[in-house]
Design a protein around this ligand. Structure first.
Ligand SMILES: [Zn+2]
Length: 398
């Protein structure tokens, strides 16, 4: 009689313990920088209650993304904390503690509540993800964190476009978009990858899950998204000027409109280079890219056209005053040449698409002023693009 009774009590206790574990994760947020402008902005625009809710919502979202319905599948974490601090950088995560920079919050221009939410989804992912016992590379760790942020709908407009990037493990947005592609090949891929990363890491995990090496997948991804999507986009953009960038999704291409425009060459600025607090365990999202190239192009192209026109007018005027009618005719021919030159002054978007965003494989050579790339326009015309060095800050098509 006694034995069964003890067993029953024991199993009841075990059940109670399991239930306690499931419900035991607590979320806490504090602001230790509320005497700074950034800390005050956090209190006004975000708030501790909202932040705590995000920690909880993000955790649930991550468990779903990682396909971890049972607490037994997850990392043994019972508390996730956020501290808003007067630190540099953006944020970092150490063990189960997330540290958010009040300076970053204070200096952010745009929807700061949405930005902080996205940063928290990224950082909470670091709390829950496996890291291959420390053997997974940092680019993949950050890519998975950004993948979660992407799937949660908090990818900022400043991220690279699908298909962009140098390497699959470049990290952050580049790797996140690649993982999104991989997951489209086999839904649940990222969950499986994370599960495998519990005990160790090898790039072969990609082949084990998807049947292709990660390098092959990266090549497939670049080929599938760059060409089809960009060419679709360019063709449609001729009709719809409001399209500013393509969004390449699993089932086709969709446009987006002004406001999300960020055609920035990621290939020269690895995302990880941005300020990240020192001593952080995988963590830290960052403001990733700048718009300097776009701004330069938007200035350089109109200035180039204007200079061409002024030169033509000056040359024509000079010839008119000194030469015969016959020579004036040659001036008209010269103007036609200028029209042809203008026709070749292409939109930066088209240039990027034609050269696969200045992909290394399209590089023809390097001259005194910069690198030369070959490109292919949607109509089949081959072009050569000279990309001047940063000091010259211009791009030309020939
Ligand atoms: Zn991170």
């Amino acid at each position: 009689m006694k034995q069964p009774h003890v067993a029953t009590v024991a199993s009841l206790l075990a059940l109670a313990a399991a239930a306690t574990t499931a419900a035991a994760v607590t979320f806490d947020a504090t602001n230790s920088a509320s005497n700074t402008p950034g800390g005050q902005r956090f209190d006004q625009a975000v708030g501790l209650d909202y932040a705590k809710r995000v920690l909880s919502d993000a955790s649930t979202f991550i468990w779903n993304t990682f396909n971890q319905p049972s607490p037994d599948d997850r990392k043994p974490v019972d508390k996730v904390t956020l501290v808003v601090e007067d630190i540099d950088g953006v944020a970092f995560t150490s063990a189960n503690g997330i540290h958010l920079s009040a300076k970053y919050v204070g200096g952010y221009s745009g929807d700061v509540k949405k930005e902080v939410t996205g940063v928290l989804y990224h950082e909470v992912t670091h709390v829950w993800q496996w890291n291959g016992q420390g053997r997974a590379n940092g680019g993949l760790i950050e890519g998975i964190a950004d993948y979660v942020q992407l799937k949660a709908g908090y990818a900022p407009g400043s991220w690279v476009l699908p298909g962009q990037g140098r390497r699959w493990d470049q990290g952050y947005d580049v790797t996140a978009r690649f993982l999104d592609y991989c997951d489209s090949l086999k839904p649940g891929f990222v969950a499986q990858l994370n599960a495998k990363m519990k005990d160790g890491y090898t790039d072969d995990f990609f082949a084990q899950i998807l049947g292709k090496s990660v390098q092959q997948l990266w090549q497939d991804y670049k080929a599938a998204i760059d060409k089809d999507c960009w060419h679709w986009f360019i063709n449609h953009r001729q009709v719809h000027q409001e399209f500013t960038q393509p969004l390449c999704l699993n089932n086709g291409c969709f446009q987006s409109t002004v406001g999300d425009d960020n055609l920035v060459p990621d290939d020269t600025t690895p995302s990880q280079n941005n300020s990240k607090p020192s001593g952080s365990v995988p963590g830290g999202t960052t403001p990733r890219h700048n718009n300097s190239y776009l701004i330069i192009l938007s200035i350089a192209i109109p200035v180039g056209i204007t200079l061409c026109l002024i030169s033509a007018i000056v040359i024509c005027a000079l010839r008119r005053t000194t030469r015969s009618r016959q020579q004036t005719l040659s001036c008209a021919a010269y103007s036609e040449d200028i029209e042809e030159i203008q026709a070749l002054l292409l939109d930066a978007v088209v240039i990027r698409a034609a050269t696969d965003n200045f992909d290394e494989v399209n590089k023809l050579g390097e001259g005194g002023f910069g690198q030369v790339y070959k490109g292919l326009l949607p109509d089949g015309l081959e072009i050569a693009v000279k990309r001047l060095s940063k000091e010259s800050s211009k791009e030309y098509v020939s």
